[in-house]
Design a protein around this ligand. Structure first.
Ligand SMILES: Cc1cc2nc3c(=O)[nH]c(=O)nc-3n(C[C@H](O)[C@H](O)[C@H](O)COP(=O)(O)OP(=O)(O)OC[C@H]3O[C@@H](n4cnc5c(N)ncnc54)[C@H](O)[C@@H]3O)c2cc1C
Length: 438
């Protein structure tokens, strides 16, 4: 009997635990360790910040979900991982594992810039449920006396999509509530251009984003190196400053503290190197998925930026990992697989939306091409994101990871399957990049 431990119960950890339970006979024990009693659908946190949805609508109680599914749950913060003795500590409790899946998501580097908040600074974030609630309370205050809004990211950030989503949702909410003429919205971004998103853009993302921002009267400062933030201003390295009454700035991400504390496990940001199987190169019993993995940046930008690790990619990593652990345990007689590293991202702007598909997220290092790059705009994307939230929460309630009908749906949309063979493939005639907009 093996003991498989999943660290973190977010977009990566929970579906992976379900898939492991689906694949492994009951004789193998599965334990999930979470520092929060709830699963949170993080992509909906910008909606929480504008009070467009209550936080509890995008959260699920983990104990209820896992109890009936033969998955043990430990609520507590992982403080120590000993890869040599295969031991995990949660407070004063120690657990042995045969395999561990690290899916503890992002720790926020709020010390990156003086004044970066919300805990000890002046800006808001929507990167975790607590921050989204603080952002919502401050937004309600702001609506009573609107003014300048600054939205964006500081150098080193890797998840830029939510900044555009937040800025355009702010613009939409202000318009809807008759406050638009009393407020300005400025995006301050380390990207070389708006729509770069840390991956060199895709299809015509640059033009689409520029058109949308112009249409909505949102200013952009590109290549912005924020060096300091005070109570009223974001200060840039070139001496410019932008005044705000409300600011939401995305911080750089780090791996969890216990990962950074373990010698030889991670890079200097706390991200784990992985083999194509998602195993650590030096510790084959450690798999990692989601935000915790080390991902190369596809191109050097004037200001440091990371590549995004999106929800769809994270789920695919979890499916590959569950399969590979089942192969390790001799439950599946098959080759190990990799994840497809395909990013599908939908951003909801209230009365419009953008969808990006970058397949794969990191272009081929030689040809600089992707198999597919698509950028689409339209109101239907706002609806599709709302439907996807309901669907994702429904499948988490039902204990389904990526059910067959979702895999079929993805294939009908022309997407590849979530996992990929690691066997050498026959030569193809070269990468294909399609560009579509609407
Ligand atoms: C505001 C925002 C909007 C986004 N929107 C989209 C989107 O529209 N589409 C998309 O594809 N992606 C989106 N993303 C990215 C997406 O949320 C991530 O790809 C995804 O959440 C990564 O999953 P994960 O399992 O790595 O981390 P998470 O989902 O963050 O889960 C990590 C879990 O581990 C727990 N944890 C952390 N440390 C410990 C510890 N020491 N011990 C125990 N538990 C711990 C955390 O509390 C958390 O529950 C968005 C991200 C943000 C921040």
């Amino acid at each position: 009997m093996a003991h498989v431990v999943v660290l973190g119960a977010g977009l990566g950890g929970l579906p992976t635990a379900y898939e492991l339970r689906h694949l492994l006979p009951k004789s193998h024990r599965i334990t999930v360790i979470s520092d929060k009693p709830q699963f949170t659908f993080i992509p909906s946190l910008p909606l929480v910040a504008f009070d467009l949805t209550p936080l509890k609508h995008v959260q699920l109680d983990l104990e209820r979900l896992l109890k009936k599914r033969d998955i043990d749950l430990i609520l507590g913060t992982v403080t120590h991982l000993d890869p040599h003795h295969q031991e995990i500590r949660v407070g004063d409790r120690a657990l042995q594992y045969d395999y561990v899946v690290v899916s503890t998501g992002a720790a926020l580097d709020l010390d990156a810039i003086p004044g970066l908040g919300p805990d000890n600074g002046y800006t808001h974030s929507v990167c975790n449920p607590h921050h989204a609630e603080l952002a919502r309370d401050a937004w309600q205050e702001f609506e009573r006396n609107p003014g300048s809004i600054v939205v964006g990211a500081v150098p080193g950030a890797s998840c830029l999509g939510p900044a555009y989503e937040f800025a355009l949702l702010a613009e939409y909410v202000l318009r809807k509530r008759g406050l638009r003429d009393r407020a300005s919205v400025t995006i301050v971004t380390p990207e070389p251009y708006a729509g770069h998103l840390g991956i060199g853009g895709m299809a015509d993302s640059r033009q689409l984003v520029a058109q949308l921002l112009q249409r909505r009267g949102v200013e952009v400062i590109e290549n912005a190196e924020i060096t300091q933030i005070n109570e009223k201003q974001v200060i840039l390295a070139d001496g410019r400053s932008v005044t705000f009454q409300y600011a939401m700035l995305l911080p750089p991400f780090l791996g969890a503290q216990f990962l950074r504390d373990t010698p030889g496990l991670t890079d200097d940001k706390g991200f784990l190197p992985i083999l194509p199987t998602h195993q650590h190169p030096d510790f084959p019993s450690i798999y990692s998925i989601g935000v915790t993995i080390q991902l190369p940046t596809p191109e050097v930008t004037p200001l440091p930026m990371g590549a995004p690790k999106t929800g769809q990619m994270t789920e695919a990593m979890g499916m590959a990992t569950a399969h590979n652990i089942a192969v390790d345990l001799g439950v599946i007689a098959s080759e190990k697989v990799g994840s497809n590293m395909e990013a599908i991202c939908m951003a909801d702007f209230g009365d419009s939306g953008l969808m990006f598909i970058a397949d794969p997220v990191i272009p081929d290092p030689v040809t600089h091409q992707r198999r597919r790059a698509v950028a689409l705009a339209g109101l239907w994307i706002s609806w599709a994101k709302a439907v996807f939230e309901v669907y994702f929460l429904m499948k988490m309630r039902l204990g389904l990871a990526v059910p067959w009908f979702e895999r079929l749906g993805l294939r009908m949309l022309g997407m590849s399957s979530l996992v990929r063979s690691l066997q050498p493939q026959p030569e193809t005639s070269g990468a294909v990049t399609s560009q579509k907009t609407s």
